[in-house]
Write a protein that binds this ligand. Structure first.
Ligand SMILES: [Fe+2]
Length: 323
């Protein structure tokens, strides 16, 4: 079998650089090796791949069904000739959502089935800013004291991107059941056992709110303190400085990630592919489930409070009138 080279990231408890591999042309034995390396390390960096959109899709599909594949995660529209036009204005919903993702999160926890893993491939990068940061929630959970582990063991939180947009950037997009601002909030455990490795991790991030059974202030404080704890140790946080051609793959079931700010008028193009979770292990419930009503109720109550509390934030003044 062709041998890939795996170099653990220096000074970090997770992550590895993988070289001597061509993601656009993978045999089954090499993929099996990548898959087991991915599960162990939580994220993998593959430099110099220059993956075409079709190859990004094909690689993603080896992990499972895609939420989407080969999509430009750009601040600009892709034109028919393959080039990119003007940057979207900062006040567009697209950019508001992008800016919101500068807070720690895990992808698609605001959907009935949360994501298995995500992949980004760099096409155009900025000289400064625009990095992607990752944090290891497995190591974060393992480092908690036993009293905290016992306290959170059976707790859950609702997840909604309407909550996170309001809470992080004072953004209240119009509710639309066909968008990610669909009015549902999905209840997920704070402590997750990984479906493939059996390793426990925290499962939190910007979309999480409203721990049932706790007063609002206590819920907010607990979620904030757990998040702060995970990212407080620099061995649990990795910042990826993009080079064109890089592909980065991470496990949404075990890691947090966020985008770093950059000068938004400058071109930055990453190709994104997101693999859906296995419904057997990543499904909260579907909107038709009677259990979904509690999430809707919690979101409405939370939104009412946030509309007041975020009045002075960047987008609050312009978007609050849309609801
Ligand atoms: Fe993300």
């Amino acid at each position: 079998m062709d041998q890939i080279t795996v170099s653990p990231i220096t000074g970090k408890v997770f992550g590895a650089l993988v070289t001597d591999v061509d993601l656009g042309n993978l045999g089954d034995d090499v993929f099996a090796c990548i898959k087991s390396t991915f599960l162990e390390f939580g994220f993998l960096v593959f430099p110099g791949q220059f993956l075409a959109e079709e190859s990004s899709i094909a690689f993603g599909e080896r992990f499972g069904e895609l939420e989407f594949g080969g999509a430009p995660m750009a601040n600009q529209q892709k034109l028919d000739d393959g080039s990119y036009g003007e940057a979207f204005p900062l006040e567009t919903q697209r950019m508001r959502t992008n800016v919101g993702n500068e807070a720690w999160h895990t992808d698609s926890t605001y959907k009935p089935v949360s994501s298995k893993c995500s992949m980004l491939s760099a096409v155009i990068v900025t000289d400064e800013g625009g990095e992607t940061e990752l944090a290891d929630m497995r190591a974060g959970y393992a480092a908690l004291d036993q009293a905290t582990k016992d306290r959170i063991d059976t707790l859950c939180a609702f997840h909604s991107t309407q909550f996170s947009q309001a809470n992080d950037v004072g953004d209240f997009p119009p509710q639309d059941k066909n968008s990610i601002y669909h009015g549902e909030a999905y209840l997920r455990p704070l402590v997750k056992t990984h479906s493939e490795t059996g390793v426990k991790s925290l499962f939190i991030g910007r979309h999480a709110f409203g721990i049932p059974g706790l007063p609002r202030a206590e819920s907010r404080a607990l979620l904030r303190s757990l998040l702060s704890f995970v990212v407080a140790d620099e061995a649990r946080v990795y910042r990826h400085k993009w080079c064109p051609g890089d592909t980065l793959l991470w496990d949404n079931r075990a890691l947090l990630h966020r985008a770093m700010p950059y000068e938004y008028s400058k071109a930055r193009v990453l190709i994104g592919t997101r693999v859906a979770g296995d419904p057997a292990t990543e499904l909260a419930y579907y909107p038709t489930d009677p259990a979904a009503q509690a999430g809707r109720d919690a979101l409405v109550a939370e939104h009412d409070l946030l509309r007041e509390e975020t009045k002075d934030r960047r987008y609050g003044a312009t978007t609050a009138a849309q609801l």
